[in-house]
Write a protein that binds this ligand. Structure first.
Ligand code: DGL
Length: 276
């Protein structure tokens, strides 16, 4: 495996596959390894310390599999672990490697979607509590007001295959009502959790027609493309075999493959990678 230098993509479980879908579409040809920490997912309600510890452990597994660069395709991990990994772990352990997240690339452009300068940001409890989106969007668009809303029941609904069922409607409407109650000027809703694109149809159905719903997969993929153009020294490291490998920390790979195929939009065949 080490004769390959793939791009590593990490998520707590399946959600990052919505981001990987966009990356694979926009940047075909590279070798990729996706790793989902399904044995310990979801991360959404966990502490900073635990999310950092789990994320760094998985990033190191991807490094060991030959990835010079890892994308944290998970908002919760990006908001709670990325800074420590970039500022401490990489410096101490392996300065030649890079780890990028999904929050900054999204924050860099999301202000361009709103006319009213009022955005609703929907995420896990962890992402919302970290205030990462508030801080980052404010850096790039100081005149944009961000209204955050945690939607803690959406990930379990999606993971249990309930996203298209009528029972999901109650919780979709509940959190949308809560974010819209914060301001009647919101014209853009950012899906700041990798799972939420699977609920996008229902989300759009419960919102007034003038409100745009923005998933982040294509934004992150475009940003990665730009990053590789600006960093040829990194881009030249990657091998271009066009392979996609999927690993999960759960020993139930059949279950992973079933769910992952829905998130990725094509058949996925995974391998089990035990945690140390
Ligand atoms: N992938 C996570 C995110 O984007 C959601 C799932 C989890 O809570 O682990 O925030």
């Amino acid at each position: 495996m080490l004769n390959k230098q793939p791009i590593g993509i990490f998520d707590s479980g399946y959600g990052g596959l919505t981001v990987f879908r966009s990356i694979a579409d926009q940047l075909p040809g590279y070798d990729y390894i996706y790793l989902g920490d399904n044995a310990r997912a979801p991360y959404g309600n966990r502490s900073f310390k635990t999310i950092h510890e789990y994320t760094w452990e998985c990033v190191q597994l991807l490094f060991e599999m030959g990835c010079p660069l890892v994308i944290l395709a998970c908002n919760t991990a990006s908001s709670k672990a990325l800074r420590t990994i970039q500022q401490q772990d990489l410096k101490n352990e392996d300065p030649s490697k890079r780890v990028l997240g999904v929050i900054r690339p999204t924050a860099e452009v999301i202000g361009n979607y709103t006319q009213t300068k009022q955005i609703g940001v929907l995420g896990t409890k962890g992402t919302v509590q970290s205030e990462s989106y508030l801080i980052e969007i404010n850096n790039f668009f100081p005149d944009v007001k961000v209204h955050q809303q945690a939607c803690p029941l959406w990930v379990p609904l999606i993971e249990n295959g309930e996203s298209n069922q009528p029972g999901a409607d109650y919780f979709v409407k509940k959190y949308l009502d809560q974010v819209l109650a914060q301001s009647d000027q919101i014209d853009t809703i950012l899906l700041a959790c990798t799972h939420y694109p699977l609920l996008q149809e229902k989300i759009s159905a419960y919102l007034p027609a003038h409100i745009k719903v923005v998933p982040q997969g294509d934004i992150v993929a475009k940003s990665l493309k730009d990053y590789l153009e600006r960093h040829p020294e990194m881009e030249h490291k990657f091998t271009r075999g066009g392979t996609q490998q999927f690993f999960t920390t759960s020993d139930d790979t059949a279950d992973f493959d079933h769910h992952a195929s829905i998130f990725f939009g094509e058949q996925v065949r995974s391998k089990y990678i035990p945690l140390k």
